[in-house]
Design a protein around this ligand. Structure first.
Ligand code: GLV
Length: 387
């Protein structure tokens, strides 16, 4: 067994074990991948201020996200096709999250359905919601979330149409994978993955097949989004969703302060500063660079969370120090899942937890809820260099 010390180690094992098509799906951004890259590199533009001889005993990473207790303010982000990275992937990730004490967000584009995840877990999870044209589907989706006791809905507002990822087209991405000479040749080298998949019935988009109407090929993400997603989504429509769901509501996909203000007006409980992991608008600002202006616009009026680019506890610490009350990891836990199933997700959480706790302490803090901008050294023009 290799010694795993960081999220990069999990990624290396994941790359060996998962079929190329699904590795590429997770590890790509749209078009030139500028935003995908800058989401991670921009974290490195910010430095942490080391302090010494400050009592570091009695550290706590406990906090709250939308009023719910969390072992650390790091939730699992919604990730499409998680159940293709590893058999029953959504159930395994949700179980790891509930044991660790952090929220799990199930994607609408999951393989395991809402009901299936609810049946195989014991704590409420969050449901990420895509906005489809089919009103009936939307109402039923919120009803299904309520029946499954989901404790928050996360509406994604940055995917009215799908950003192009070249590799997904070249690989013919689908769930289940279409059997071509290339895909079969690759899958045959992924023995553990294949055995897992042979042993499960969960190989289709579980929330869609049998639920959404008018989709010609429900195995293809690009066909499905092009046919079923609502290109005309606007804030009035989001207000209608607010009425359909009376539980905690989080709006995901905000990069501009004006949109943060709109989300506030809709009555959301939190927003997620996110560019969809660099998978939508290529050339959009990285999330961490967009965060300060959004904090200035709405930070004391609504809970602000951040995703996109987090691969370490130091990244989490920087986002929290800039004012985010919560963060999300997507790829970082998918690496663990694809490498080692549920144990790999737990490993990713443990790694990030340790990095967060130690880095926080070396900055002179013992309580993650007390961390502030004072621990950061931010280049003067980090978020203010734009005309
Ligand atoms: C879906 O959310 C995707 O980014 O593929």
């Amino acid at each position: 067994m290799p010694v795993i010390t960081c999220v990069e180690d999990l990624k290396r094992i994941y790359k060996r074990r998962a079929p190329r098509m699904f590795y590429d799906y997770a590890e790509s951004g749209s078009w030139t991948e500028q935003t995908f890259r800058e989401n991670t590199t921009d974290f490195q533009d910010i430095h942490l201020r080391q302090r010494v001889a400050i009592d570091m005993a009695g550290r706590s990473t406990k906090s709250r996200m939308i009023g719910q207790d969390v072992a650390m303010p790091v939730a699992l982000a919604p990730v499409g096709l998680t159940g293709m990275q590893c058999a029953d992937g959504e159930i395994k990730a949700a179980r790891a999250a509930e044991k660790f004490g952090v929220p799990y967000t199930l994607s609408t584009m999951s393989i395991c359905s809402i009901e299936d995840v609810a049946e195989h877990t014991s704590k409420p999870f969050w449901l990420q919601v895509y906005t489809l044209k089919d009103d009936d589907f939307m109402k039923r989706l919120f009803d299904r979330a309520k029946a499954a006791k989901c404790s928050a809905a996360v509406i994604t507002v940055d995917l009215q149409m799908l950003g192009q990822r070249h590799k997904d087209l070249k690989n013919g991405l689908s769930a289940p994978p279409k059997l071509t000479v290339k895909s079969v040749a690759n899958m045959m080298t992924k023995v553990q993955w294949g055995l897992g998949m042979l042993g499960t019935k969960r190989r289709f988009f579980g929330n869609i097949v049998g639920h959404a109407k008018g989709v010609a090929d429900p195995s293809s993400l690009s066909t499905w989004t092009a046919e079923a997603f609502d290109e005309s989504l606007d804030w009035d429509r989001i207000r209608e969703f607010r009425k359909m769901w009376d539980g905690p509501l989080i709006i995901k996909g905000i990069i501009d302060p004006r949109d943060a203000l709109e989300a506030l007006n809709v009555g959301a409980d939190a927003i997620i500063v996110s560019n969809h992991g660099g998978r939508q608008l290529d050339g959009a600002l990285s999330s961490i660079r967009a965060l300060p202006a959004i904090m200035d616009a709405v930070g004391d009026k609504i809970e602000v969370h951040l995703d996109s680019g987090i691969r370490s506890g130091q990244d989490v610490l920087k986002a929290l120090a800039l004012g985010a009350k919560g963060t999300y990891i997507g790829r970082a836990y998918v690496y663990g899942l694809g490498a080692m199933g549920e144990a790999g997700v737990t490993k990713a959480l443990e790694i990030i937890h340790k990095e967060l706790e130690v880095s926080m302490a070396l900055c002179g803090h013992t309580d993650v809820t007390k961390v502030d901008r004072d621990i950061l050294m931010i280049p003067r023009d980090f978020s203010d260099r734009w005309q």
